[in-house]
Design a binder for this molecule. Sequence first.
Ligand code: SF4
Length: 412
Amino acid sequence: MQAENSSKDSGEPPSRRPFQALKKFHSAGRGFWRDVPDADWNDWRWQMKHRITTVEQLQKFLPALTPEELAGAKLANHKLALGVTPYFFNLIDPADENCPIRRQVVPRIEETSTASWEMADPCGEDSHSPVPGLVHRYPDRVLFLVTDRCASYCRYCTRSRLVSNATGYDFHPEFDKQMAYIAAHPEIRDVLLSGGDPLLLSDEKLENLLSRLRAIPHVEFLRIGTRIPIFLPQRVTPELCAMLKQFHPLFVSVHTNHPRELTTEVHDALARLADAGIPLGNQSVLLKHVNDDAEVMKALMQKLLMCRVKPYYLYQCDLIAGSAHLRASVAKGLEIMEKLRGHTTGYAVPQYVIDAPGGGGKVPINPEYVLCRNAGRVLIRNFEGKIFEYPESADGKPCGQPPLKVEESELV
Ligand code: SF4
C-alpha cells in the first residue's frame, strides 16, 4: 500500500483532524533515521536495538519535552521503563504536547501520583495464579504469560507491575510448570499467550511453545495477545506467519487506540497475518486525550475493518496506579458507544467492558436500550431514540392478546 500525503501537513493537532483524514493510511516515515539503510530499518532486531530508552535520547529526539514529561522520564525506570521503537516514535507529533501517540508512550510526572483506590494489580491476576506466569481466572481458559518485555511500553499498562521489570517484580515464567498445569486441567480449552509481548520471542521459541500446547488434546483454541504489529510491524515476517499458520485455530488480538497507529506498515503487517488465515481482533483502551472522542473512535474502528481486524473490546482504563491523567470517564465511554451502535457497521462496534477491580473479570457495559419490561411488552429504543414495542407476556411466552397501550409514566 502506498503512503498518502504527509500526516503532519494540516496544522491541526492529529487527534482533532477531520474524520476522513483520520481514516487515511500514511507511512510512519523515517524521521530522524532517514540515513539508516532499508535493510536495517526493516529489520525488527535493529528496531529493538535502537529503541529510545533513556532521558537523553528522548530529549534528543523530542527537544520540546515538557517539564512534566522530562520529570516523568527521569523517574520512569523505577515504575515502568521508557521504551519506544524508532518506527513508532516517528508517529509522535513533536509540536503537539497532547499528541495521542505521545501520551501513550512518553512518561509524565503524573504517573507518580497514586490514589488510594488505584492498584498495582487491578485485575487481581496474581491472586488467580496457580503457577508463576499462568492466570486461571475464568472456568475454561487461561492466560499464559511468556515474557515481561514489550517493543514499546504503554504508560497505562495494566501489567506495569510486571512488564519491563522496573519495579523488581522479577518475572520468571516456568514453561514446564505452566504446561503441566494446563495438561492436568481438562477444562482448559482456550489458552491466551500474552505478557509482555509473545511475538518478541524468536520464531523457534514460539513454535516450540505452540507445538507443546497443540499436543495437549483438550486445548482446542489458541490466542496470542500482541501489540507488535502496531509497535514493530517489521517483526511480522513471512517466516513468522508461515510458522503461526501451522497451529490453527489460532487467533491474534492486537491492541490499537488511535487511527494514526494504523499506518501503511501496520496495514501490510496485518494483511500478512490475515493472509495466513489468522482471524484478527482488536482491543482498545479508552484513554483521555487519545481516543475519548466518538469521531476518533469511529475512524479507528472503521480503519480496523479495512485492515481485516474485528474490533473486539473497548476497555475502561483499569485502576492501575498513576493512570488518573489517562483515564476517561465511564460516562464518556457510554456516550461513545451510543454514537457507534447503529451509526456504523455492526462489525465496527466493540464490546465496552470494565475489568472489575480486584479480579472480578470483564463486565460488559452498554447504553440502556431496554426502557421497561412489563405486562405484555418489552419497550426498547433504537439508535435514533425512537421507541418500539416487542410483545411478550410476563413469562416470556408469545402474547395471547395485544399488549395494553403504553403509558407515558412507563418510559421513565
Ligand atoms: S504492549 Fe501490552 S503488555 Fe506491553 S506495555 Fe503495552 S499494554 Fe502493557
